[in-house]
Structure formats: C-alpha cells, structure tokens
Design a binder for this molecule. Structure first.
Ligand SMILES: Nc1ncnc2c1ncn2[C@@H]1O[C@H](COP(=O)(O)OP(=O)(O)OP(=O)(O)O)[C@@H](O)[C@H]1O
Ligand SMILES: O=P(O)(O)O[C@@H]1[C@H](O)[C@H](O)[C@@H](OP(=O)(O)O)[C@H](OP(=O)(O)O)[C@H]1O
Length: 660
C-alpha cells in the first residue's frame, strides 16, 4: 500500500517572541506521524512536543501532538525489530528510513527536493484514499484540541494560520470557520463531530462577553447547593494518575478501530514496562503520560512526583541526554504508536502548587479540579459577584466514573509559553477550626516532619525529632513563619519561567530583597509586564472592596495566580477557595489587620498591599537599570529602604499561637 501525503508536510516552529520558521525537512506518514530524522539540521531546536493539525478529507484525527525527535538507529533495534536508516551519500537532508519490525513493515521515503512525502505504509494502517496534509505547530494551542467531540478549527485553514485563526477568534470576529456537524461529515466522511460551542476564548479576551450566558449555563446545569449531576455522557476518556497508578476511562467514541486500539494498547503496555526500566526523563515521561490516556481522549493527567520535581519539558535539557533517552525509545513501531495515541492537545499547562493529582487538563479550555464542597460553593457565589472577572470561570460540577470534579476555566489556555507565579495569600494558611481540631487530637505527621527537616534540619523541637513527626498545625504555623506569610501576608509558592523551568524553592523566601529578586526573575525585569501586574492588582484591590463575597468570607490558603506570556500581557487571577469559609454571623472581616485567634482575620489585603509595594520597588529597580540619573538616585534610595525594611521586618501579622 502506498500513500502520498501532499502537497507537503510542513512543520512550523514557533518558539519565543515572534519567531516563526518553516521546517520542511520532515517525514510523515498517514495517521499523522511526524518525525524528524536523527541528524536533521534542526533536530536540536525541534526537540519538543508539537501540536498537529490534520487536514484533508480523510485525515484521521489520530494525532494531536508529536515528539519531533526520532532517533532510531540500526544498533538500537531489538531483536526482530530492526530500525535502519540509510543516508544516501551526498544528501545530508535526504534519508530513507526502512522499517522492518515483525508485525509492521513499511517504508518512509522523504525527498526534500520535492514538496511531497511518500509513505509506504504497513497493511495494519487504514488506507487513505485522499490526500492528507499534516501541519505541526510548535506551540501550544487549544484550538487544535481534537478530542472526539471537537473538530480542529483549522480544518479549512492551512497550518500556519492555526494561530491566526485563534487570534481572529480572540478578536471576537469569529474568524475561525466553524461548520456544522453535518457539513463536516459530508465533506470528509469523518466520524468525528463538531462541538458547536466555539473553543474557549483566550485569557486576554474580554471576559465579560458571554459571562452571563456561561453563568446561566452553570446555573442550569447545577443549581447552587444542588446535588452533583452525572455528566459522564461527555464521553471523553481521561487518565488520572494517583500515587503512581494510572486508571483510565475509555471513550465511547470509536475513532480508532478496536483491533488497532488493542494492538496499540499492548504495544503501549510493552513500552510502559520498558520505560519503567529506563531512567525517568522529563520529555519522555511527559510523552508517555500523555500517550497513556485513552485513545480517543484529549484529557491527560500530569503527575508531579514531588514538589521539587519538574516534569515540565525542559528546553535547557542537554541535547546528548535527550538523544540518549530518545534512543531508548527504539522501537519504531512503539514510538509511532505512542505518537498516535498522544491525542491530547498540546498545552503548557502546569500545576505549580497545591496537592498533586488534584487537577486534570480537560477538553475545551477547561481544567478539572478535584471536587470540594467548600470550593464549589465559593465558586458558585463568585460567578455572580463583582470579583468574577478575577476568577476562572466555573462551569459547575462534573461526575465521571465515580469521581467528582469542579470544571474550571483553564487560565493557561491559548497562551504561548506562559510564565506563571502562584502567591498564597494571607497571614495564615490554616483555619481556626484546624487549631481546635489540633487541640482535640494530636495526630502526628511524619511527612510534614520530613518536609520540615528538608528545609531546616534544626527546625523541629527535640521531642519532634524523637518522634520523627509533627502535628499538621505545627507544620503549617512553621511554614507561615519561615516564609513571608506571617510577616507580609503572602508567600511565593512557585514560579514557572518561559522556558518551562519550575522554581518551587521559596520556603524561606522572606525578605523584601529576596522577594523583589523573585519578582524581577519572574518578569525578567520587564517594565511593561511589571506595570501591567501593578495595574491589574490595583483593579483587584478596588473590586475587592466592592465584593459581597469578600465581605462575607474568610479567605484561607487562597492564591493569586500571576500569568503572562511572550506577548507581554499580564493577568492576575484569584484561585483556590478550598478553605474559604463564610464568616460566622456577627463577624465582619477587615482583611487588613493582624490575626489573633477568634477574630478570623485572614490578612488578605495585607498580602495584596505587600505585593503592590514590592512590585513598585521592583519597577524602580528595573527602571534603575536604565541608568537615568534620577532613577539611579531613587534606586539607591530604594535599596536603603529595603535594607531598613529587612531589619525591621519583625512584625508578625499572623499571631503564632501554637496549639500544642
Ligand atoms: N483554573 C486554573 N487554570 C490553570 N491553572 C490552574 C487553575 N487552577 C489552578 N491551577 C494551577 O494549579 C495550581 C494549584 O491550584 P490550587 O491552589 O487551586 O490547588 P490546591 O490543590 O487546592 O492547592 P492547595 O494545596 O494549596 O490547597 C496553581 O498553582 C496553578 O498552577
Ligand atoms: O505546601 P506544603 O509545605 O507542601 O504544605 C501543604 C500546604 O500547606 C497545604 O495548604 C496543606 O493543605 P490544606 O491547605 O488543604 O490543609 C497541606 O496539608 P495536607 O498535607 O494535610 O493536605 C500541606 O501539606
């Protein structure tokens, strides 16, 4: 069987600001497999995961992301599965790959002189009777998410316009062509259906638009205080990783034929087994996690094995180590299968802080957060509060396979290389009820003792060392006191930089100077971004004073999520209401005064004011690097202020009152 993909396989790379590059020297085969041959001149830059846009009437939506590195070598092949690359002499860019695994035999020939790519495919693949064009974009874009119910919006647009399509959509013009289901099916005879609702708008779009509609939709779906609706008919498979175990749901949608699915599944199992035996690698593990999801799922789970671990794709990875790891992925067929099954949309989504395994990326620009009655109630109220513009949209609860979730707007959706920072707000991160509980029972936590010792071996008391454990309250109070929570009313939980590096070591980041440095690192001292944050926080501050929700709730353990991307737009979101409680009758919180047990004050506004103050200082310092005379004088003045503040930073807004 011979299949021709035409007119070309083009691969567009978008990394960094405005950088776009077409890289035509790639190899593809039907089904959306794209690989970059080892030694390809762009191999290094191209390493990464790319989102594929399948086009053409018979393009099967089998691939949504692909690792654009393939390093099969003759000597890497397992017995019975030789992978051979022939490099025609004198033709550095042209290679012939002959693949002869036991079950699948096939051949891919790439002729860069021509625009076409010819693929001789094994019989196990479905025949393609029409031309197929495959385009990869090396960036995150939610519009390509093609879980069964979602059709790639770029179906009628060439790959490079994928981004443009999204931008048009953001602009509110609805520029992306969206055809009705029937039309699509007629057109291509495809088995997928179009999701009529346009994919989620971008973070930066005017959020008011459609908000009421959404809210009403939310109300319809789930009356406040009502019970959870089962909405598993959404039918999207999803994987959830918990304690290293993966369970799967399988979609009812059968894009991939059963035989193929079973076969691929067994190959996948084999690969998982093999990967277990190989050292963990960020890129590979991410690919594997993705490919472990059900075949027709666009959902995926992220597993951050420890707060320090960083499974985010690291672009700073050493090339040779990348190659080494990818070589371990040596079965051509397995690799292809992994790619084919990697059906989730590509996203830079990361869970920066919080409980591991609490989130899943879902389809349609949503994330699923593990259900919490308290958080659900807060989000419900917030959707009709003035604060709603600062809160991810809440689409109601969702039950799936016996698990309940909150459906939330994915705040990273549509962003290219987002840069994010999570600041936990407030002068304390535990509820007063937790103090009462701690008094009743002295449950000891070894895990918290371990975390404590890791940060400061001298922190536990002799008794705690002896028992190798601490109470949760003790740990939480210690956490608040060694970070900037107690003194400044907020602390940095984590930062993800543009290149995917995740910084989480802020346990003891407490001084003004350290925090300003962190802000400058986070914003790369970009004045535009710093100012954008400042103005967003000012707006938040104004709205908080108007908010009924804020007036009537104690916000504990809630975060502000700072997000910007390469376009220098910046936004701040209020997230995590899992411990936000309605204040008892008769208590009216001011949010900007010190906490003493019983007054329930959370110090949220103390934190906000501190961040604002630090941003102002960071701005002055960033400006100072411009070396205008007046600025450098101000800068020197600032430094003195900071030193002074650092020395006088003993005010504890959270009055430590250990219960033990
Ligand atoms: N709506 C969202 N969109 C995108 N990312 C999100 C969203 N909500 C949360 N996150 C990511 O998940 C992380 C943890 O969120 P959150 O604080 O809500 O989780 P949690 O498990 O309740 O935390 P904690 O353990 O502190 O209570 C955030 O730092 C952020 O990176
Ligand atoms: O950030 P760290 O240092 O890892 O510590 C965690 C953090 O304080 C969480 O807020 C807390 O969950 P809650 O806010 O929900 O209580 C969690 O308690 P937990 O382990 O009992 O979940 C702590 O382990």
């Amino acid at each position: 069987m011979s299949v021709t993909t035409s007119p070309s396989v083009s691969l567009e790379m978008r990394r960094g600001e405005g950088e776009r590059r077409k890289l035509p020297d790639t190899v593809a085969e039907e089904g959306g497999i794209v690989c970059l041959l080892e030694g390809h001149p762009h191999e290094e830059e191209m390493s990464g995961i790319y989102t594929a846009v399948l086009q053409g009437p018979r393009a099967t939506p089998m691939l949504q992301s692909a690792q654009a590195v393939l390093s099969p070598r003759a000597d890497d092949g397992e017995e019975g599965e030789p992978d051979v690359i022939h490099t025609p002499e004198g033709s550095p860019h042209s290679r012939e790959v002959t693949h002869t695994p036991p079950v699948v035999t096939g051949e891919l020939t790439h002729t860069p002189e021509h625009t076409g790519v010819t693929a001789h495919l094994p019989q196990t693949h479905k025949p393609a009777t029409h031309d197929t064009t495959l385009t990869l974009t090396g960036e995150t874009t939610h519009t390509q998410q093609t879980n069964t119910p979602v059709h790639p919006t770029s179906h009628t647009a060439p790959g490079p316009s994928t981004q443009e399509g999204r931008v048009r959509e953001e602009g509110g013009g609805g520029g992306v062509e969206a055809k009705e289901d029937g039309e699509r099916e007629k057109e291509g005879g495809m088995q997928w259906t179009e999701r009529k609702e346009a994919p989620r708008r971008n973070l930066w779009s005017l959020r008011e638009r459609g908000m009421n509609e959404r809210r009403n939709e939310g109300r319809r779906e789930w009356p406040r205080g009502g019970s959870l609706e089962r909405t598993s008919q959404e039918g999207c498979g999803m994987g959830w990783r918990r304690g290293g175990k993966m369970w799967k749901e399988h979609s009812r949608d059968g894009e991939v034929e059963d035989g193929e699915r079973d076969e691929a599944r067994s190959v996948l199992e084999e690969e998982k087994r093999r990967v277990k035996e190989t050292p963990h690698h960020h890129i590979l593990s991410r690919v594997l996690v993705h490919s472990s999801t059900s075949s027709s799922s666009s959902s995926s789970s992220f597993n951050f094995s420890s707060p320090e671990s960083d499974e985010v794709f690291s672009e700073g990875e050493e090339t040779s180590s990348r190659r080494r790891i990818m070589r371990r992925c040596r079965s051509w067929r397995t690799f292809l299968t992994m790619m084919q099954w990697s059906k989730r949309r590509q996203s830079s989504w990361v869970q920066l802080a919080g409980h591991q395994g609490n989130f899943q990326l879902s389809e349609g620009g949503e994330v699923l957060k593990r259900w919490s009655e308290t958080e659900g109630a807060c989000l419900s109220l917030l959707m009709s509060d003035v604060l709603r513009v600062f809160v991810p949209r809440y689409y109601g609860p969702l039950s799936r396979n016996g698990n309940d979730y909150l459906r939330l707007e994915d705040l990273l959706s549509g962003l290219t290389h987002p840069v994010i920072m999570d600041c936990k707000m407030g002068v304390r991160t535990y509820l007063e009820e937790e103090i009462a509980k701690a008094r009743m029972s002295h449950t000891l936590r070894n895990d918290m003792y371990q975390k404590m010792v890791k940060v400061d071996p001298s922190a536990p008391l002799a008794e705690e060392h002896a028992q190798g454990a601490v109470t949760k309250l003790r740990y939480m109070q210690w956490r608040d006191s060694v970070s900037s929570s107690s003194t400044l009313g907020f602390r940095i939980e984590g930062i993800m930089l543009e290149n995917g590096t995740v910084l989480r070591d802020f346990n003891r980041t407490q001084s003004i100077g350290q925090l300003i440095d962190a802000f400058l690192t986070f914003t790369k001292s970009n004045l535009h971004i710093l100012r954008a944050y400042q103005s967003r926080l000012q707006a938040l501050s104004d709205v908080l004073h108007e908010s009924e929700f804020f007036n009537t709730h104690e916000l504990i353990g809630s975060s502000l999520l700072f997000v910007h991307d390469s376009s220098s737009k910046a936004n701040v979101w209020m997230i995590d209401f899992g411990k936000s409680m309605p204040t008892p009758e008769g208590i009216h919180l001011q949010h900007d005064v010190a906490w003493t047990e019983g007054n329930r004050e959370d110090g949220y506004l103390i934190g906000l004011a501190s961040i604002n103050r630090l941003l102002a200082k960071a701005i002055r310092r960033a400006r100072g690097s411009g070396l205008e005379r007046s600025d450098s004088q101000t800068l020197a003045g600032d430094r003195e202020d900071e030193d002074e503040e650092e020395n006088t930073q003993s005010v504890q807004y959270g009055s430590l009152n250990p219960a033990q």
